[in-house]
Design a protein around this ligand. Sequence first.
Ligand code: G1P
Length: 290
Amino acid sequence: MTSPRPVRTAVFPVAGLGTRFLPATKAIPKEMLPIVDRPLIQYAVDEALEAGIEQLVFVTGRGKSAIEDHFDMAYELEDTMEARQKDKAALEGTRLAPGQIAYVRQQEPLGLGHAVWCARSVVGNEPFAVILPDELLIGTPGCMSQMMSAYEKVGGNIVCALEVAREETRKYGIVDPGETDGALTEVRGLVEKPDPADAPSNLMLPGRYILQPQVMDILKTQGVGAGGEIQLTDAMASMIGTQPFHAFTFDGVRHDCGDKAGFVNATIDLALQREDIAPVIRSFLAKLNI
Ligand code: G1P
């Protein structure tokens, strides 16, 4: 096989209303909620940059300008910290280069497929990645980096897929799996949010995708699916059989930070990995006697 075309662009759908986290998300984008001291969106951006992504496209909506400010220059803050000789290490990775980042608007919440389609003119006719920031995937290297290594070998479309309990299939996109070879499983079908009784497997999509640009053409006319929304899962399903399509089993830990319990678990997990605060948290947890 000739080497597949490189993936240079990642799309971050961040227009969601975050209703599951109200009232915290009334005035703050859910992507800006911090796990320890880094907002969720920062973890997603770091994962993309580590994987060699050069161009970041945010699909935003009204009330999301804090995300733009977060990745911008913070002149007053930087200047004051410098004057007071404060260490600016904590700001590392937050100021993205001009031209490295683009913002497009999804004006109405019509679904994930529609959000991705809103990025089409920036993505152009190239393969691209999609990262859903409320799914926090922790690995070494990161999930997208692992997927890129697999992509270099097989090309086509690759979705990350992980096992969940059967009763959870109605919350996620689910894979109909074929043959497995190491971390790669052939994808025979994809279904959005099936009932456990109808689900083809318990392999869910945790929001990491490498897609060929043809998906944009499909999204253009994609009708509504589960939940009355234009689903990325349905558009991807139409490509199966026309292009290579694999599910990738990620080596690492997943936290669904779109869910309150998952968010708290992520906070505990990442706090315990931080040398500066882990001892205090560990002794607090020990005192709880649980
Ligand atoms: C979206 C996708 C779904 C995926 C999930 C991951 O659903 O449509 O396929 O499994 O993200 O969190 P949403 O959570 O936006 O309903």
